[in-house]
Design a protein around this ligand. Structure first.
Ligand code: G6P
Length: 364
């Protein structure tokens, strides 16, 4: 590979470690303190058009799809526009109803994923407006979309995506703020979100300083044959992405469920040999999440909680810094990248090139 490893043993470790500067880059030059909003010059969507958007549909694959799930929640919470994310391949094969009042957003690190590109082309053929949230400048998806915003994560070499995932989610926060301030988000809330965004780089560094402890935890969970990841609302896509990351690099089977769905089936799997990673932020769902942890403890399940405080009900806790509630998913995912990385390391896996996977899938 042509990119310097910069003293790291793997690209994955290098890329996880670069996230504070990467987030700084996606924010740079875009914040407008005077009007408590952000400038996204490449969107090609004027205020009148933005006000006319009735729904937002986000399309992507793999990790980019998960970033889109968080993005959809941010758009709903911050801009109050109904939004959802769907795997691009599912969307294009189900003969979707393409609605002229819906804004479509294609998400891709490489900008070359065939399923996403084909979805964009089909949408354009049907007259839809499609934006891109893309990392690689000038890539096929960046060229085919009507406008968009670059994620500016910098080159990502490891097959599994880490820093680009984080930057993509931050890019969606910018899009949500931009749309929100054109619509009903107040100046005060705009300011609050901007201040939250500015805190991210130093908070990311604070999480990364905890690496040694996360590595010890990873070693103690690495013998599991299977792991459960749970979260509610903002925590659920974080659980989905953390479970994907663990599967991809460590080959440990992992399931992700909304915590509220545990009692409707997956609770049957809980036993001492099936540890659970619970995403438990300090938000309005804290009590509900505590109750889910109690259910798991009652079945002798081991719990690693990731949240904003130590959780006495869990066997171990990873504490991340609190940000504005809408932005919390950005930080909650970062220690779980390290958990996946150190689990794979302790199992001796080929971290940068997991078996059977490619960085970019440019064929059907
Ligand atoms: C491949 C990679 C995944 C990635 C997905 C989408 O499957 O292995 O890590 O998330 O493609 O890639 P993109 O470049 O479109 O984000």
């Amino acid at each position: 590979e042509s990119y310097d490893m910069g003293g790291h043993d793997t690209y994955m470790h290098k890329e996880i470690s670069e996230q504070a500067e990467a987030v700084d880059r996606v924010l740079r030059g875009r914040i407008d303190d005077r009007f408590s909003t952000v400038h996204l010059g490449g969107l090609n969507l004027d205020a009148r058009e933005a006000r006319g958007v009735r729904r937002i549909k986000i399309l992507g694959c793999g990790t980019s799809y998960h970033a889109g799930m968080i993005g959809a929640q941010m758009i709903e919470e911050i801009a109050r526009i109904p939004a959802d994310a769907e795997p691009a391949s599912e969307f294009r094969y189900r003969d979707p109803v393409v609605d002229p009042d819906t804004l479509y957003v294609a998400v891709s690190q490489s900008g070359e994923t065939y399923d996403v590109l084909a979805a964009v082309q089909e949408l354009k053929r049907k007259g839809a407006r499609v934006l891109g949230v893309v990392n690689v400048v000038g890539s096929a998806i960046a060229r085919e979309t009507d406008g968009g915003l670059y994620v500016h994560a910098g080159p990502e070499v490891c097959v599994v995506s880490t820093k680009c995932f984080t930057n993509t989610v931050v890019a969606f926060a910018l899009l949500a703020l931009h749309l929100g301030r054109i619509r009903d988000l107040s100046v005060a809330d705009g300011k609050r979100i901007i201040e939250g965004l500015r805190r991210l780089p130093s908070q990311i560094d604070e999480i990364l300083r905890d690496e040694e402890r996360i590595a010890e935890l990873a070693a103690s969970y690495a013998q599991a044959k299977s792991m459960m990841f749970i979260g509610r609302v903002r925590g659920y896509p974080v659980a989905r992405e953390a479970s994907l990351k663990l599967k991809e690099v460590s080959y440990i089977h992992a399931e992700a469920y909304p915590a509220s769905e545990l009692k409707h089936g997956p609770l049957a799997l809980i036993e001492p040999a099936m540890p659970t990673v619970a995403i438990v932020p300090d938000d309005d769902l804290l009590e509900k999440n505590r109750a889910a942890m109690e259910e798991i403890k009652a079945r002798a399940g081991r719990i690693l909680a990731v949240g904003h405080r130590e959780h006495p009900k869990a066997d171990h806790s990873i504490v991340v810094p609190k940000n504005e509630t809408e932005l919390d998913p950005i930080l909650l995912g970062i220690p779980l990248q390290l958990l996946a990385y150190h689990t794979a390391l302790s199992l001796g896996r080929d971290i940068d090139k997991p078996r059977n996977l490619a960085k970019s899938v440019t064929v059907e």
